[in-house]
Design a binder for this molecule. Structure first.
Ligand SMILES: Nc1ncnc2c1ncn2[C@@H]1O[C@H](COP(=O)(O)OP(=O)(O)O)[C@@H](O)[C@H]1O
Ligand SMILES: [Mg+2]
Length: 231
C-alpha cells in the first residue's frame, strides 16, 4: 500500500477573474523505501502540491490518503496528530526558532513531540552526516543559507517521521553538499524504510531518485529520469 496517495487533486486560488487553477487532476503515490522527486520550474505548483500532501493546506477537490486513510475524514485533532507523528517537513522557510541555538531546536521538538524522536546517539550521527556538529551552539541568524538548510533537514529527521516532505531542500547548497543530502535522503528511504518526497527545481538530485515526477503548470506526470526537462 502507498504510504501517501493523492487522488484527483485540484486546487484553485482566488475567485472570479483572478481565479487560478494551480493543481490539475493530480494523482500521485509514494511508497516506503523510496526517494521520490517532483521536479518543475518555479510557479509550477510544487509547494502547493507538497503542502497539500502533508495536510498543511486542503485541496479544492480530490483526496489525500495516508496509510489508506482519507485525511479529510479525520478531525482537526487527528490531523494534527498525524502531521506531528508521521510527517516531517523541510519547508522553504526553514521554520527554525530564531532565539534558540541549533542544539535547542531539537529540545524544542522534544517539547512538542514527546516520544519517538531519535536517541542522543542517533542525533549525533545525523549531525555528523550533515556536517553540522560544530554548529550546535550557534543561533539561526549566525548560519549561512546552506547551514540553515542542513539544520532544518536535521530537525525534520530528528522526529523520525515515516514520511519526509521536503521543499527545495538543496537550493542553497554547493554540489558536494547536494550529493551528501541526496545520499542521506536515499539512505533514509532505503535503510529506514521511509517515504521521502522532495519537490525541487534542482536537477542535481535526479541521480538519487527512485522515481521522478515532473510538474508543469499544475499537471504532474511520471517521468523517465533521462527525459526530465533538459536532460
Ligand atoms: N496562497 C496563494 N494564493 C494565490 N495564489 C497562490 C497561492 N499559493 C500559490 N499560488 C500560485 O500558485 C502557483 C504555484 O505556486 P507554488 O505552488 O508556490 O509553485 P512552486 O513551488 O512550483 O514555485 C503560482 O502561480 C502561485 O502564484
Ligand atoms: Mg515552491
Amino acid at each position: 500500500m502507498a504510504v501517501i496517495e493523492l487522488k484527483n487533486i485540484n486546487k484553485y486560488f482566488g475567485s472570479g477573474i483572478s481565479k487560478v487553477h494551480v493543481l490539475k487532476d493530480v494523482n500521485f503515490a509514494a511508497d516506503r523505501g523510496q526517494l521520490i522527486l517532483v521536479v518543475g520550474p518555479s510557479g509550477s505548483g510544487k509547494s502547493t502540491f507538497l503542502t497539500i500532501a502533508g495536510g498543511l493546506q486542503t485541496p479544492t477537490s480530490g483526496s489525500v490518503e495516508v496509510e489508506g486513510n482519507s485525511v479529510e475524514n479525520l478531525s482537526k485533532a487527528q490531523r494534527d496528530k498525524l502531521r506531528l507523528n508521521q510527517v516531517g517537513f523541510v519547508l522553504q522557510s526553514y521554520n527554525l526558532v530564531p532565539y534558540l541555538k541549533v542544539k535547542e531546536q531539537f529540545d524544542f521538538v522534544d517539547k512538542v513531540k514527546h516520544q519517538g524522536n531519535l536517541s542522543k546517539e542517533g542525533l549525533k550521527g545525523l549531525l555528523e552526516q550533515l556536517g553540522i556538529s560544530e554548529l550546535i551552539n550557534k543561533f539561526p541568524g549566525e548560519l549561512s543559507g546552506g547551514q540553515t538548510q542542513r539544520v532544518a533537514i536535521a530537525r525534520a529527521l530528528y522526529a523520525d517521521p515515516d514520511i519526509v516532505l521536503a521543499d527545495e531542500p538543496t537550493a542553497a547548497l554547493d554540489s558536494q553538499k547536494v550529493a551528501e543530502v541526496g545520499k542521506l535522503f536515499k539512505d533514509l528511504a532505503e535503510t529506514r524504510n521511509k517515504a521521502v518526497v522532495v519537490v525541487t527545481h534542482d536537477l542535481r538530485l535526479l541521480d538519487f531518485a527512485d522515481k521522478t515526477y515532473e510538474i508543469l503548470d499544475g499537471k504532474i506526470s511520471l517521468k523517465d529520469k533521462e527525459h526530465v526537462l533538459d536532460r
